[in-house]
Structures are given as C-alpha cells and as structure tokens.
Design a protein around this ligand. Sequence first.
Ligand code: IPM
Ligand code: MG
Length: 358
Amino acid sequence: MTKKILALPGDGIGKEVMASTLNVLHYLIESHDLDFLITEMNVGGAAYDVEGSPIPNSVLEEAKKSDAVLFGAVGGEKWDNLEWDLRPENALLTLRKELNLFANLRPAFLFNELSNASPIKKEIINNLDILIVRELTGGVYFGEPRGMNNDAEPNYAFNTMIYNEDEIRRIAKVAFEAAQKRNRRLCSVDKANVLEVSKFWRSIVTEMSDDYPDVELSHQLADNTAMQLVLDPNQFDVIVSSNLFGDILSDIAGTLTGSIGMLPSASLDSSFRGMYEPCHGSAPDIAGQDIANPLAMISSLSMALKFSLKEENLSKKLDESIKTYIKNGYRTKDISAGKAHIKTSEVSDIIIDILKNE
Ligand code: IPM
Ligand code: MG
C-alpha cells in the first residue's frame, strides 16, 4: 500500500535541510522501488505569510492522512511579535496535539570522531548514547485551567501541570520497551520532592516496573538529572520524563554532543505514525547561507523509515551511510572546528554516493 509522506520544510534553515533530505529520499525511492507518495506544504512563518495561519487546515488535514510527517523547523524574528495563536511555534504544538503524538523520542549520541566539538571532556563524553523519551501531549504545556488575569490586583498568570494515569502508563510503556531493546536501564525523572503530579508519576512508573523485570529502573529529580547529564552522562541509557522536564533535559543532552545539528527526533502516536524533526531550530542567523548541517533532518528521515514507513533495513543503511560520511571526514561548518567545510547543498550527493557503494 502507498505510504504517504508529508514534507513541511518551514522556515529558516528548515528549507535547506529539507531540500537535502528530500534528495536522499528520492534516491531511496528510485533505487528501492518504494511505494511512497511525497507531498510538500508550507508551515510556520512560511504558511502564515501566505495563508495567515502557521498551520492552515489543509496542512493539518494532510498531516492526519499521512503515515509520516517530515518537519524542518519554524520561527524567526519576523513573526516574533505575533499573538501566540499565529506564531510559527504554534504549528508544532497543534500538530503534536491533533495527531496525538504523545511519545517524543530524542536520542543524543556522539560520533567519537567529533568529540572535539563537545564542550565536555573526551573521557566523559566518549561513546555517549542516550535516548530521552519525553511525554509530548500533556503536562503543563496543555493542562487546564490556564490563563492570565489582567483585571486582578496584582495581575497574575497560571498553568496546570496535570497527568492522568493513562497518560503516564502509555509513555512509560514506550520507555520501558525502548530500554528493553537497548541497555535495559531506565531513569524516570520527576520532581517528586515537591510536586504531587510527580509523586503520582513516580508511583505509576514504579508499579509498572514489575512487568519489566529485565529493565533496571531508577528515579531522579529533574534538577539532579540536569547536573548528572553534564557530570556523568554515560550513566544513562533511557530517560523518561514529562513534557516540560523532557524539553529542558533534551536540550542539555543535545548540547553535550557539540552539534545539535546532528540530532534527530521522532514524535509518535500509539500506532507509530509520526512526525520527524531535527532537534535544532530554524537558526535564522545562518539561514540562506548554505552552511547548515542537514544530518539531523536526514537522520530524522531514518527514524521515519524505521518507525512509520516499515523500512527498518533502509533506516539502518542510511544510519551507516551517515557514520561513513563522518568517518571519511566530511564536515559542514558547525562541526568543522574552523577548518575547511562543505556546503549544505553538497551533503546529499555525498550521502547518496556512499549509499550507492555500500
Ligand atoms: C522543542 C521546542 C518546543 C517545545 C517549542 C518551540 C514550543 O523547544 O520542541 O523542544 O517547547 O516543545
Ligand atoms: Mg525545546
């Protein structure tokens, strides 16, 4: 059956990294005779400029019909002063919620060849390979009630951090199962020393661990995890956390590797349909200069092949080609340590060449 892929390049370097990724995807489709149908649409600021909404209904409808959504990046100064509903970032949150993408997988791994780019000492960071499983459709991001009161004295604003049992169970299940396929260690992160919602989270995850005797479960407080990620990141295998803590911890984990331009992510629903995006943002400061690193987006395509498009072997091949590319010394500006570098637009041809020869 035809698999539908929606490509949403978005803003800033999103457009450049998506162009490279689609080159690779087209090559894979032709060389492996894949029954994929690609549709490309605007999202974020690019959609707002044309249609007055960062996530027009037509895009949302197309996304709902797709097996995988490839999402570049959104945002930029030009749209910073718009009201929240019209801001490019709203497209992301709307897609996550409307598509029920509750499980956000954010791997942070180091290519040892690039350990010089890391701000952390080599002996601490070498062989880093962590998976952060972030809850993505609940918690304080979406909790009700929420709001602002400008008629009170003093004025105030508020949000609600709330999780029900089912929401905790379904994300913890994804995390336990991911740990089973990796090094069988799971660290659940919360603020159970302060928050009721965290105490509840911890009790549910602890109760579930009986069903996963092969996974070693630990608990950490989020502030400690922030510190531990920097001091001793290799203690972690899989981390599971709520929406807000996962947001913060995944930025720390991503930064450890020295190039956030290398890291992919997947956001999945319960039947493994998903949205795939690089961890970096739209990076307006370097947009249009042909210097962005498209590997995070290409790696996100690999995650899409694995989870939503049921082409696990191709996903492995693509991962291997990225490893070979790094081993052979190809560097975009972000990882070139000030030395000569290649352009964004050159990367896909190199990856395709490697794929041809593998
Ligand atoms: C992320 C981003 C988003 C988030 C923003 C852009 C809404 O920081 O995907 O981590 O907070 O989830
Ligand atoms: Mg974030």
